[in-house]
Design a protein around this ligand. Structure first.
Ligand code: DGL
Length: 270
């Protein structure tokens, strides 16, 4: 990726289909404290998990074009594995600001596993992605990579962060195929930014001593490599949330973001 210098506004754009990108925001907000954040959730098309690669790519182009027309974006973070694998690196050709994303950390899991059985939880679109398939194939001889894709799990995570009770048995049912395995994965890749939101539930229903890996740490490394951060520039912070559809959850979504230092909440019509 090209090296880019920060524009005066210090604005970081975070994108997800829904609320999973909050797991990335939570992680970076304290590292780069003097930065404006814009978070956009494309709830009009949530979930992305079964959408085609091309649909997601075109949608992201539209969103990034409109957002960068109105705001001076210093860095865009695609805080969604499904959208990242569907659009990166190609999407970088359309914009001058740096764009980074998240990917299931299969390579890291290979380093960590002791029993050579790895679990990969991701959406259908992520699992079907050529690059992900190639990676799985590459390690096939030595490692077993067991996969589960479930939109239901994404929806449950979204409900949980909005304060709804989620039924643990519903999660258990999703993992039914794994309970029959002779050797259970000792390392599980959370290949969707929604899944860290239900980490406690996963720990309850899965055997103990599993190492769970998500993409958060990678993002910081990529972040630092690609940004020249000027901590003195900003005098007034204004974090904005955009949603793409008004629905019955909108009030709860607003409250959630306001608790996280966002002060503007608005419909992004596209
Ligand atoms: N948070 C998204 C991801 O990391 C996906 C959820 C979805 O919209 O299906 O893949």
């Amino acid at each position: 990726m090209k090296k880019s210098f920060l524009k005066p506004q210090n604005t970081i754009f975070i994108f997800d289909s829904g609320l999973g990108g909050i797991t990335i925001y939570n992680y970076i907000k304290n590292i780069f404290f003097n930065i404006n954040f814009i978070y956009l959730l494309d709830n009009k098309y949530f979930p992305y998990g079964n959408k085609s690669k091309n649909f997601i790519f075109q949608r992201l182009i539209k969103i990034l074009k409109k957002i960068s027309y109105h705001y001076n974006i210093s860095l865009a973070i695609i805080a969604c594995n499904t959208a990242s694998v569907s659009s990166l690196p190609k999407i970088r050709n359309y914009f001058t600001f740096p764009i980074i994303g998240v990917n299931p950390v299969i390579n890291l899991a290979i380093k960590k596993t002791q029993n050579n059985v790895i679990g990969l939880l991701a959406t259908n679109t992520t699992l079907r992605n050529d690059k992900i398939q190639k990676t799985i194939h590459f390690f096939k001889k030595k490692y077993e990579i067991k996969t589960i894709s479930s939109s239901k799990l994404v929806l449950l995570a979204e409900k949980k962060i909005l304060g709804y009770d989620i039924i643990i048995n519903e999660i258990k049912k999703i993992f039914k195929p794994w309970y029959a395995l002779k050797v259970f994965p000792d390392t599980i890749v959370l290949g969707c930014t929604h899944f860290p939101l239900i980490l406690n539930e996963l720990k309850i229903i899965l055997p103990q001593k599993i190492c769970f890996l998500d993409s958060k740490k990678n993002i910081i490394l990529t972040f630092k490599k690609n940004m020249n951060y000027n901590s003195n520039i900003l005098s007034r912070k204004k974090n904005i949330v955009f949603y793409t559809k008004k629905n019955k959850y909108i009030k709860k979504i607003k409250n959630l973001f306001f608790k996280k230092n966002f002060t503007v909440f608005s419909n992004f019509i596209l």
